[in-house]
Design a protein around this ligand. Structure first.
Ligand SMILES: Cc1cc2nc3c(=O)[nH]c(=O)nc-3n(C[C@H](O)[C@H](O)[C@H](O)COP(=O)(O)OP(=O)(O)OC[C@H]3O[C@@H](n4cnc5c(N)ncnc54)[C@H](O)[C@@H]3O)c2cc1C
Length: 345
């Protein structure tokens, strides 16, 4: 029997534990989670079809679908509310993070042990394989690539909150402006919203009230819907956005990294949790079948490192100052009167 220790019981950790222990598996899996009460905290995550297929393989899709809501039509707007694109419906399901975590947890085979434990040195774990599913601050990552051990701070902080009513017609989508980003997404119980702006506040944990006060000033000229969200707070939480440095490997010896530990990215593509699920399901199948980890790495590393880079570029593009020619052309900002304020159709 090969003993597998998973460090971290978030999306990646629970999913890889489930995938590695599917029926008939020769593996004995223990998940070490430092803060089980925080692991399921947060607002909604948007899940792409590939992530939903991964959840189906884990037996968690039905519960997730019940808790989620398809993301309806959404458009891109300028930060002051002019619609720049037509409404477009992407095949995304918005799922509250706690519901995703509890579905993954409920789908775990009985053989998986989940223990409350902060792993201080993953090298001390008595296991044949140690999977780092320990997020962007990963301790396992340094054992895979010592040069990539430290996470990288971005200039941006994100606020996430909830409204208890659906977005008004035409209001859902993203709002881009110089240094500012706002998003509004329908959810099963109303809507969730997020903002991003550059901030020097810190260190963490950030005080949500301070970040909201700063955001209100930063978003002063923004569309009314932004002020509505910031005004109601809706249990808002504030986080600095951190990313991982580039990684050229996900495997070294008995250590492997998955999810944000391997490719923590800015949230612009809505891919972080989705890629965590895809890593987890493919790694679990590789381990069950006793196949080579090098082949798994060759399959997962290129697309996830590309997503990490692309997400960061999209963030810079969305928040670029006016006068960024390519962006202004794309958004039609140079044409007076392009688009109409959200909610006026
Ligand atoms: C504002 C924002 C919006 C986002 N929106 C989306 C979205 O719409 N769609 C999407 O797909 N993704 C989205 N993401 C990204 C998504 O949240 C992450 O990619 C995902 O949570 C990564 O999961 P993970 O399990 O790899 O890491 P984490 O969620 O960070 O989980 C790591 C776990 O490991 C535990 N841990 C850490 N160190 C130790 C240790 N030493 N010992 C024991 N336990 C430890 C932690 O307590 C934690 O529970 C968003 C992110 C942000 C910030």
């Amino acid at each position: 029997m090969r003993r597998v220790a998973v460090v971290g019981g978030g999306v990646a950790g629970l999913a890889v534990a489930g995938a590695a222990s599917a029926s008939g598996s020769p593996l004995e899996v223990v998940v070490h989670e430092a803060q089980p009460e925080r692991a399921g905290y947060g607002t909604s995550l948007a899940l792409w079809p590939s992530a939903r297929r991964a959840l189906a393989g884990l037996g968690a899709l039905e519960a997730v679908t019940r808790a989620g809501l398809p993301v309806g039509p959404a458009a891109l707007h300028t930060i002051d509310g002019r619609a720049l694109t037509r409404e477009h419906t992407a095949d995304l399901l918005a799922v509250p993070r706690p519901a995703l975590l509890s579905a993954l947890s409920a789908a775990l085979p009985a053989s998986v042990r989940v223990v409350e434990d902060e792993v201080t040195d993953p090298a001390d774990l008595d296991a044949d394989l140690v999977i780092g599913a320990d997020g962007v601050r990963s301790r396992v990552r340094a054992l895979v690539d010592p040069r990539a051990g430290e996470r990288l701070e971005t200039p941006w902080v994100a606020l996430r909150g909830h409204l208890d009513r659906p977005p008004s017609p035409g209001a859902a989508g993203e709002y881009w402006g110089p240094g500012l980003l706002f998003g509004l997404v329908p959810s099963a119980d109303g809507a969730y919203w997020f903002t991003t702006h550059a901030s020097a506040l810190g260190p963490e944990p950030l005080d949500a009230d301070e970040v909201i006060a700063e955001a209100r000033a930063a978003f002063a000229g923004a569309a009314p819907v932004v002020h509505e969200a910031l005004g109601e707070r809706g249990g808002a939480s504030a986080t600095r956005l951190w990313v991982t440095p580039p990684l050229r490997r996900y495997v070294r010896g008995r250590f492997v990294v998955v999810g944000d530990a391997a490719h923590g990215m800015t949230p612009n593509l809505g891919r972080g949790a989705c890629d965590a699920l895809l890593d987890a399901v493919s790694l679990g199948a590789t381990l069950r079948a006793g196949r080579s980890l090098a082949r798994w790495e060759a399959r997962r590393l290129p697309p996830t490192q590309v997503a990490r880079v692309a997400s960061g570029l999209l963030m810079r593009f969305a928040l670029a100052d006016r006068g960024h020619r390519a962006r202004d052309r794309l958004l039609g900002l140079s044409r007076a009167g392009a688009g109409r304020p959200a909610g006026t159709r």
